[in-house]
Design a protein around this ligand. Structure first.
Ligand SMILES: [Zn+2]
Length: 109
């Protein structure tokens, strides 16, 4: 399972759920902090991650498939998520290549 790592202590970060029923919010949270409270509560809001993806998807023509596509892209970049959020260009390129591929598939339908 592809995982994100805590930027502070390097432990695995989990995707955790918070918020109310019906409007769940997801976070990436440090496993050390969650278990032992020895790290910092640096939860990374999932929607910040999605916002980064949305930005990439803004030119994508098919609205109803965005959620699915965002999901797919998210799993693709999950191991590099932190780097993506820090503006890593090669992770961006990976994402753009995947989007191009998806666009090609759309064109064939
Ligand atoms: Zn940590």
């Amino acid at each position: 399972m592809a995982l994100v790592f805590c930027g502070v202590c390097g432990a695995m970060a989990y995707r955790v759920t918070g918020g109310k029923k019906g409007s769940y919010r997801f976070y990436y949270a440090c496993s050390t902090q969650r278990r032992f409270k020895t790290c910092v509560p640096n939860q990374l809001p999932y929607n910040r991650v999605l916002a980064a993806l949305e930005e990439q998807l803004s030119g994508f023509p098919v609205d109803q498939e965005r959620a699915t596509i965002a999901d797919r892209l998210l799993s693709l970049v999950e191991p590099d998520l932190e780097r993506l959020l820090k503006g890593s260009s090669d992770v961006r390129q990976k994402l753009e290549a995947e989007i191009k591929k998806l666009e090609g598939q759309q064109g064939m339908v």
